[in-house]
Design a protein around this ligand. Sequence first.
Ligand code: ZN
Length: 178
Amino acid sequence: MAILTLREIGDPILRKRANIIEDIKSHHNLYNDMIQTLEKVWWVWIAAPQIGESLQVFIVRIQPTKSYPDLENKWPQIIINPTITAHCDKIIEDREWCLSVPWATPATGLKGKVPRYQQIQATRYDENGNQKEWKREWFAARVFQHEYDHLQWIFFLDRMISMETLCTSNRYQKSLNF
Ligand SMILES: [Zn+2]
């Protein structure tokens, strides 16, 4: 087990398309290292390029929604070789932030408004190589789209309609207090 180092924006690995994982069962060490890093550092989701591995896997910790109470309710969820197969027409704009943009302190962590589909349907493989169907909406769908983008070398900054909404976490907190 190892605690992995976070890669930040500007690192070339975050600007290339991650490779499909051909032999899913041979990467258990990577999945376990990512999970342990998440647990120790308390990151709630992370994609492999963010820790320097150009592979199509991300890990999330999300609960089922009211609309989809039967979704898997286990932590962690290891999302391997995901594909978004369908989405609704409705697009919601909301604030996002990213571990790699960076996030370390309230003064430097950046947030900005990003449009995302409200609902998505996706396929992915689990760590045992089983293909699974996923439906997600609202925040869970947003996180999925954000992490999926990391596998395609896209940052939330690239998706922003207006850079005017970009602010530090500090500044965002202040705006909530008005
Ligand atoms: Zn991110």
